[in-house]
Design a protein around this ligand. Structure first.
Ligand code: ADP
Length: 398
């Protein structure tokens, strides 16, 4: 069966078509500038060729219609007919507290996603548009929702309740939700399989380090805590997000600079993190290059980032009474040997010893701890689309 995986943003959408008989990628692509001037689809076929189609795409339905037409166009020989697509898997950011698993989409699911919209005002609306468009274009084909928040729904109240008046939770559902759930679950399950250890027997810390970064503590096969919270702003220092700060800074700076809540929110989400500290870039490669050339601000940004990751590894090990496996993933986690080295430096007391030679790996599944390290340290490339396609297949076959 072939599965189409869709990730809709407000003006863009990414897709992958996977052949689940061998989990191979058949085609992938990106539609940009939906509803704006200069909209276009870039299709990547599995011979590595890119094909660009520029045409007006007023909405997500038009964008997905063009995507489907291109996939069945005889020119590319990707699909003979639409019937070959057995199901569509959608990345949906927020399900509130409604779902702890992926689900086949019906009107009840759509209601829950719509209700969670004020928790994810930027993400849920385009996710909903993507589902509605597919229901129109391929009415007989099942759609599956794979939620970014679902994996963390296993957290217990001590992990997800904030120390605020309890009524904020009761009235507004202000609590920790956590994000990147599909990635944390995927790399954890891949690692358990790779190590040949039953999932229930591994105390694992997954470090998803990219533009947005989060850690999860996984015990008995379940997420028991994660660094992102009510929104993706909490936790680690990120590319442009502040992560944890004293909440009183918010009020203080707003008064000093005469800022509105929206302006302050923008600063914390888009102008802070390593970009804010370095005054230069949110891209870790730029920071690394500049730090090696002697730029102290970039070096400071990197050390604050690495320190924040290390601090959480320590606290998650404490929560689980130890750790058996630390996993690095995401653009930084998969590629940056230097960041992994600094993060792991000093973790020997936990039994985690990084092997400098094995650590030279980039972008592939590998164990990077020494033979005598009691904690397995791994690099596991994430693949959220494959995780979505697997869940979609499992649900439609059940
Ligand atoms: P997103 O959260 O947008 O999915 P990614 O997971 O793709 O982001 O991660 C992007 C980040 O990974 C960027 O900051 C980029 O600089 C960083 N990155 C990619 N390759 C390297 C590398 N070799 N060394 C350091 N950082 C890297």
């Amino acid at each position: 069966m072939k599965i189409l995986v869709i990730n809709c943003g407000s003006s863009s959408l990414k897709f992958q078509l996977l052949d689940m008989s061998d989990e191979s990628l058949v085609a992938s692509g990106l539609v940009e500038r939906i509803g704006l001037d200069g909209s276009r689809l870039v299709l990547k076929t599995n011979d590595g060729e890119e094909h660009t189609f520029e045409q007006p795409l007023p909405d997500h339905t038009a964008a997905l219609k063009l995507t489907i037409d291109t996939l069945i166009s005889p020119e590319f020989n990707i699909l003979k007919s639409l019937d070959e697509i057995g199901a569509v898997g959608h990345r949906i950011v927020h399900a509130g507290e409604a779902y702890s698993e992926s689900v086949i989409i019906d009107e009840e699911v759509m209601d829950a996603v719509e209700k969670a919209t004020d928790l994810a005002p930027l993400h849920n609306p385009p996710n909903i548009l993507g589902v509605r468009a597919m229901q129109k274009i391929m009415p007989g084909t099942p759609n599956v929702a794979v939620f970014d928040t679902a994996f963390h729904q296993s957290m217990e109240p001590p992990a997800y309740i904030y120390p605020l008046p309890y009524r904020f939770y009761e009235k507004y559902r202000v609590r920790r939700y956590g994000f990147h759930g599909t990635s944390h679950k995927y790399v954890f399950e891949t690692a358990a399989k790779f190590l040949g250890i039953p999932k229930e027997e591994m105390r694992t810390i997954t470090c998803h380090l990219g533009n947005g970064s989060s850690l999860a503590a996984i015990q008995n096969g379940k997420s028991i805590d994660t660094t992102m919270g009510f929104t993706p702003l909490e936790g680690l220092v990120m590319g442009t997000r502040s992560g944890n700060i004293d909440p009183a800074i918010y009020h203080y700076v707003m008064q000093k600079e005469n800022l509105s809540p929206d302006e302050m929110d923008q600063i914390l989400n888009k102008e802070s993190g390593v970009l804010g500290i370095s005054c230069y870039s949110s891209d870790f490669r730029d920071l690394s290059d500049n730090a090696s050339a002697g730029d102290m601000q970039c070096a400071l940004a990197l050390s604050i980032f690495r320190r924040s990751v290390k601090k959480y590894i320590g606290s998650y090990a404490a929560l689980m009474g130890g750790v058996d496996c630390i996993i690095f993933t995401g653009g930084i986690g998969e590629n940056s040997a230097l960041d992994r080295r600094y993060i792991c430096e000093g973790l020997e007391f936990l039994g985690a010893k990084l092997d400098p030679k094995k650590n030279k790996v980039r972008g592939k599944l590998a164990e990077i701890s020494t033979d005598d390290s009691t904690v397995k340290i791994l690099v596991v490339p994430t693949n959220e689309e494959l995780a979505i396609a697997r869940d979609t297949l499992r649900l439609v076959q059940a």
